[in-house]
Design a protein around this ligand. Structure first.
Ligand SMILES: *[C@@H]1O[C@H](CO)[C@@H](O)[C@H](O)[C@H]1NC(C)=O
Ligand SMILES: *[C@@H]1O[C@H](CO)[C@@H](O)[C@H](O)[C@H]1NC(C)=O
Ligand SMILES: *[C@@H]1O[C@H](CO)[C@@H](O)[C@H](O)[C@H]1NC(C)=O
Ligand SMILES: *[C@@H]1O[C@H](CO)[C@@H](O)[C@H](O)[C@H]1NC(C)=O
Ligand SMILES: *[C@@H]1O[C@H](CO)[C@@H](O)[C@H](O)[C@H]1NC(C)=O
Ligand SMILES: *[C@@H]1O[C@H](CO)[C@@H](O)[C@H](O)[C@H]1NC(C)=O
Ligand SMILES: *[C@@H]1O[C@H](CO)[C@@H](O)[C@H](O)[C@H]1NC(C)=O
Ligand SMILES: *[C@@H]1O[C@H](CO)[C@@H](O)[C@H](O)[C@H]1NC(C)=O
Ligand SMILES: *[C@@H]1O[C@H](CO)[C@@H](O)[C@H](O)[C@H]1NC(C)=O
Length: 796
């Protein structure tokens, strides 16, 4: 009872015009309403028809129970009386004068389940008013039923224990004597029998067929065919004789499959029916084939029809698609009353190599059909194709054979003027590097008088730089040095760690979609995460999965998660939590769809071909204003880290990520050392140092401080304004170390206004204390964003 009540409560606003004060006052005088859902007529002799005592204004529709007692004037019940009682479940009319109930009396009360008609004046009662009701109880005791064929159905219901009739000691009057109903033989009174003669021929769509229904009954029965509406021309029914009805269907439609064709007959003793289903064969048709939609798995949805059920095959770019665990056809649902099959070509983590032309082929013995759809799953998320090596040659001059310019500028299809400019630049760089080589690399004498071998010797045991977001899983450092790195940063700041606040995500809530990249620590995936934020059922996230799970790796993982939980800022990549159920251990991060900033800069340089990106993305080349926005956002994140006395140690554009609408955040997945290995200088076999981003004191004395991060920020600015070139790209690592330690500065980039170059230079002060504070740098950048300097390219 309770659930239906709850349902009703939910339906109330729908059933009622909102402010209906349905309640006791509305019920007319003889019949009060104890509740808004029941009506009680107990005052004797006051009711002559049920319809006359119902409350108005829609309140009747709410009534679930009606009790009427001792109303001799109430003699008939018709459809007009019950028309408004759509929700009626219990009806009691007892001790009254009820003699007649019309066949359609309960047509509008489809939920009526309990009917108590005890002690009325019913002499006969047809089965018809009750046949469609979900009757659980029909109480008829105390009625002067006469023993006629009209009550035969009550005997049958009693025998079948339907509607609690079996328990009631009902009697009927035969020749002035009351006899028990159950023992009263009623001869020549049975419900009819119905039999459909089934045509034993295979039917094809468009054929004609005659179905004959044989009806026998005593007393005589009437019958009819009930045919579902299937759209085509209506079948004809011919009455051949009293007991034979022929249904003639011309042009049989395939939509008749799985549908019942029913022949129904009835007489006073009851109804009967028989049904057949036709098997109409037809060649397959493709009803629907749509572009792939991203679900848990990607799905190319299709609907096909055909009888016999067609085979389903696929072509990809014109050749047969081999199905396997990652790509396979899945039939999602059968509709029980049609032959239509709905399904998906399901693709588990498709990548850009799955982009192409998908052709659906369906075939059965009667024919075949084909249709194609274009599948587009992703643009390469890192824009580097995984089959090829990274198409960026960052090898410094040491290898001698790489281009002097970054890759962005190698393919020059621009105007003559630009070519000249580039040629000039190339020449200038060549000249510069030759000069550098000639003039003892940097053209300066070392201010510190340190020779190269001394510098390098000291580096061998430089502490591993703390890789932001990658504390626990760096490929290059031993566990000891990792923990050392942690300690050096946080030993005085235990508040960075918060064991209890790490959010745990359930494994079943993470659905991996495809791989974003791989590092020595493991892999990074794009995934869908369910139930992460209250306002979104599911969302895209980046998931970092740890390859090996040793005890110490687990410990590092835990510490890293605790730290990341604490670091929350709008320009720090958001960390959502961990999943430690089973393996691999997983960290869940915000997904930044444009990948790392270095790649983004390179692909938006002057010669990068215009990338097709989503709306709201800057297309083609970045403008000065874009660059200032990027720089300001990174500065904002660095202000935050500095306020926590957190030293990043590896700030570089490769370790920032770009999201929607040019949002830039500090953070990475620890893949830089694998992807951007040329940005690091390998010392002592294991340690990799980003020397090109490091200030002299970090290179020389392993000092990493907030001030050394500021130096790196200056280099990041330089990267931004060169569209992601490698600092000192023209020098080998050892040459770069020498230049940096001897005090040379990176050149002003071609597109860089002097206001911005001033900021860079204020980051590159030799004395850490003289470097401008990151807070002030942030303010200066903010001011520049508001009123960008007008800049004329000196070479253009
Ligand atoms: C039917 O109504 C009679 C008379 O009011 C009552 O005695 C009897 O209990 C009712 N039966 C049921 C099942 O409600
Ligand atoms: C009908 O009989 C069954 C058992 O035969 C019993 O459980 C049930 O309560 C009876 N119902 C009434 C209304 O007497
Ligand atoms: C169906 O019956 C009609 C006449 O009743 C007849 O003309 C027709 O040929 C029959 N069709 C088939 C398929 O037997
Ligand atoms: C048969 O029905 C189909 C539609 O179900 C219709 O397109 C076709 O023209 C019909 N054929 C004839 C011969 O009536
Ligand atoms: C329908 O008929 C075809 C051809 O005779 C047969 O292959 C198929 O199994 C039948 N389908 C059903 C549901 O009986
Ligand atoms: C897809 O492939 C099918 C079959 O190979 C071909 O008929 C169709 O033209 C192709 N469609 C596109 C858009 O290439
Ligand atoms: C098929 O069955 C569903 C559910 O029983 C029903 O809603 C739908 O109307 C039926 N379709 C046809 C064409 O009979
Ligand atoms: C499929 O065809 C499309 C368009 O011709 C092409 O871009 C794609 O690389 C092809 N895929 C494969 C795997 O051949
Ligand atoms: C560049 O170096 C690679 C190997 O490092 C070599 O195969 C290639 O021939 C060189 N190219 C030139 C132009 O020297």
């Amino acid at each position: 009872m309770l659930p239906s009540w709850l349902c009703l409560a939910a339906l109330l606003p729908l059933l009622l015009p909102p402010p209906t004060p349905a309640g006791p006052p509305l019920c007319p005088p003889p019949c009060p309403c104890p509740t808004s859902r029941s009506l009680l007529c107990r005052e004797p002799g006051t009711v002559s028809s049920l319809g006359g005592v119902l409350p108005g204004g829609g309140a009747s529709r709410l009534l679930a129970e009606i009790i009427i007692e001792k109303q001799p004037l109430l003699t008939a019940l018709t459809r007009a009386d019950t028309r408004m009682l759509r929700d009626l479940r219990k009806l009691t009319i007892t001790g009254s004068g009820l003699q007649h109930i019309s066949d359609d009396a309960f047509q509008d009360t489809p939920r009526l389940s309990h009917v108590n008609l005890s002690f009325n004046a019913l002499r006969s009662l047809s089965w018809k008013p009750f046949q469609h009701l979900p009757l659980q109880e029909l109480i008829l005791v105390g009625n002067p039923l006469s023993c006629s064929c009209g009550v035969r159905w009550l005997q049958l219901w009693q025998d079948g224990s339907r509607a609690e009739l079996g328990n009631q000691s009902l009697g009927c009057w035969a020749g002035g004597v009351l006899v028990p109903l159950g023992s009263q033989p009623l001869s020549g009174c049975e419900p009819p029998t119905v039999r459909i003669e089934h045509p034993d021929v295979a039917l094809r769509q468009g054929d004609s067929v005659n179905l004959t229904c044989h009806i026998a009954g005593e007393p005589p029965a009437t019958g009819d065919w009930l045919v579902p509406d299937v759209g085509s021309e209506p079948p004809g029914v011919t009455k051949v004789s009293e007991g034979e009805l022929v249904l003639e269907i011309t042009n049989v439609s395939s939509s008749l499959n799985h549908k019942e064709l029913t022949c129904r007959a009835e007489n006073v003793a009851g109804p009967a029916e028989d049904s057949v289903m036709l098997n109409v064969t037809f060649p397959p048709v493709i009803l629907l084939l749509q572009e792939a939609i991203p679900q848990h798995f990607w799905c190319i949805p299709f609907s096909v029809d055909g009888n016999p059920a067609p085979s389903i095959r696929w072509l990809f770019n014109g050749t047969a698609l081999a199905e396997g665990p990652y790509i396979h056809t899945r039939i999602m649902e059968y509709e029980h009353n049609t032959t239509v099959l709905h399904g998906c070509l399901q693709l588990n983590r498709p990548t850009h190599v799955n982009n192409g032309n998908y052709t659906l082929l369906v075939r059965n013995p009667l024919g075949a059909a084909a249709r194609s759809v274009w599948g587009r799953f992703m643009d390469n998320p890192f824009s580097f194709s995984p089959e090829e090596p990274i198409p960026v040659s960052l090898s410094p001059l040491g290898t001698r054979n790489s281009s002097l310019e970054g890759p962005v500028e190698t393919m020059d299809e621009h105007t003559f003027g630009v070519s000249v400019a580039v040629a000039l630049a190339v020449f200038a760089c060549l000249f510069l590097s030759v000069m550098l080589l000639v003039l003892n690399k940097c053209g300066h004498r070392s201010k510190f008088g340190i020779n190269r071998s001394a510098v390098l010797a000291q580096e061998d045991d430089l502490a591993m730089s703390l890789h932001f977001m990658n504390l626990g899983s760096s490929p290059v450092s031993s566990t000891e040095s990792k923990l050392e790195g942690l300690k050096s940063n946080f030993i005085e700041n235990p508040q960075y760690f918060c064991n209890a606040c790490v959010h745990h995500v359930q494994r079943r809530d993470i659905v991996l979609k495809w791989e974003l990249g791989e590092g020595a620590f493991g892999k990074v995936f794009l995934a869908e995460c369910y139930n992460l934020l209250p306002e979104q059922e599911k969302m895209l996230v980046a998931v970092k999965a740890l390859k090996e799970v040793t005890e110490s790796a687990r410990l590092d993982f835990q510490r890293e998660a605790e730290l990341l939980t604490v670091l929350q800022h709008e320009h720090i990549v958001k960390f959502y939590g961990v999943c430690t159920e089973g393996e691999p251990l997983i960290m869940v991060f915000e997904y930044m769809k444009h990948g790392d900033l270095n790649r983004f800069l390179r692909s938006h340089g002057p010669d990068a071909k215009i990338l097709e990106q989503g709306q709201g993305q800057p297309r083609g080349q970045l403008t000065l204003s874009h660059m200032l926005q990027i720089a300001t956002q990174i500065a904002s994140g660095m202000v935050y880290l500095a306020s926590l006395h957190f030293v990043h140690r590896d700030l570089a554009t490769r370790n920032c990520l770009v999201g929607h609408e040019l949002v830039v955040k500090i953070g990475d997945f620890g893949m830089s050392r694998d992807i951007y290995s040329t940005d690091y200088y390998r010392v002592g076999g294991r340690t990799m140092l980003p020397i090109r981003w490091m200030p002299p004191e970090s290179i020389l004395y392993r000092k990493f401080t907030t001030e050394s991060d500021i130096w790196s920020f200056g280099v990041v600015l330089w990267e931004i304004f060169t569209y992601g070139k490698q600092p000192w790209y023209q020098l080998s690592n050892t040459e770069a170390i020498e230049c940096i330690t001897q005090g040379r500065e990176l050149e002003r980039p071609r597109t860089c206004p002097s206001e911005v170059y001033d900021i860079m230079q204020s980051c590159w002060q030799r004395e850490p204390q003289q470097r401008q504070r990151i807070k002030d740098i942030h303010s200066r950048l903010q001011a520049l964003v508001k009123s960008p300097p007008i800049y004329l390219d000196i070479l253009g």
